[in-house]
Design a protein around this ligand. Sequence first.
Ligand SMILES: O=C(O)CCC(=O)C(=O)O
Ligand SMILES: [Fe+2]
Length: 421
Amino acid sequence: MASDSSAAAFGGLWRPLGSPQQLKKSQLKSSRWFKPANGVFSSTSTSVSSRFIFVLNANPPPLKFCTGASSSSSSSSLSAQAGVCDGSSSSAYDAACLCVSLALQGQTQELRYREIHVRPPAVGKEDSKRNAPFVIECETPEHSKRLMEVLDGRIVHALGDKPLAAWAALEPTTAAKDERPKLPTSTDVRDLGVPGIALVENFVTAAEERELLAFLGEDGTWESLAKRCVRHYGYAFRYATSDVAESPDRSWPDAIAHLAHRVGAMCKSGVAKACSYGDEDFDVSTSFDQVTVNDYPAGVGIAPHVDTPRAFGPTLASVSLGSSCVFEMIYDTNAPGYESRTRRRSAGDARNDDDGEPAFTRRRLLVPRRSLLVLSGSARNEWSHSVPSHKSDDVNGVPMPRSRRVSLTLRDVAGAPERRL
Ligand SMILES: O=C(O)CCC(=O)C(=O)O
Ligand SMILES: [Fe+2]
């Protein structure tokens, strides 16, 4: 954190926001970025790369600020970035540049603008102007540390009616990432501590697995995504808008109908409930009318996400074929109601906070080949799920090589007028 004198150095433009806790951003869904304990680097601090991430947490107002207001000796070298912005689509980017420029002028004279690079968020994201994470690349880790200290937990006042809050975190070096203690992997959902999750092992036999894979190999065409192929039954899923087609527009072959019926019956029978953690969160009323098949090459996974509740009903089910894998469930503890929903904490909680409270809780579950995984309640709506991309999963110290994995995700299209089952 910068000292009080920095506020004067910034001509009153900045003030500390109090606890950086207020500025934690939910989109930082992994513990990749971190802050040193209490904002202080100790000899045991993780070593950092030259990059840090920087988030502006409000819609940037049209910037009225102009170069004339910054009359420090270094302003001439910075003025190109601190110019007037008309509030158009690039305003978040300009605001980030401006924040960094001010930080450089007021605090770290020896840093020059040419030594950093602000990367705007990926183009085309609808909300890129709000909560936009910027990656700042400095020349050295020392520079990134100093800039983070200056920017983190600050609010910019002179940019218009709406203040912009800044939240920053550092990137650990690759070596430091490898040094982190490995999270334990649960082999039983009841040890996982994620309410509303069930795992039914050996849900399909080896013969059924062969038949399903043979059927999928012959049936229709695959759609290629960046690293995996997908196919949909019942309703198409549109990745660009995270939505499904309005009415069923895909075939519903017998093999798929049979599987959907079996999964639905398993959920209703109470067997899935018996294999679950957190019964009261477990909704078993679903009939499945949409199936997405994911075909993952060896080592490929899927990024953390919550299946959009707008499109899909309260229960998700996934049947794993061809390979086991480790699922990672992530909960953002800054979301309201964390304590009441998560009844246990384990030594495996990932911590990237600076006051001992975990900012994100991460749990790992071994999902065996031929099993049925069911997500409902909190597990479906509040925890994001992912399959991290690894050639080999570490299961409590034992390497488990991953081969090609085909999963069938069964869902119920929210509000669909007709039910197939
Ligand atoms: O591969 C899996 O089991 C999960 C797939 C998934 O999360 C999805 O399709 O939304
Ligand atoms: Fe999913």
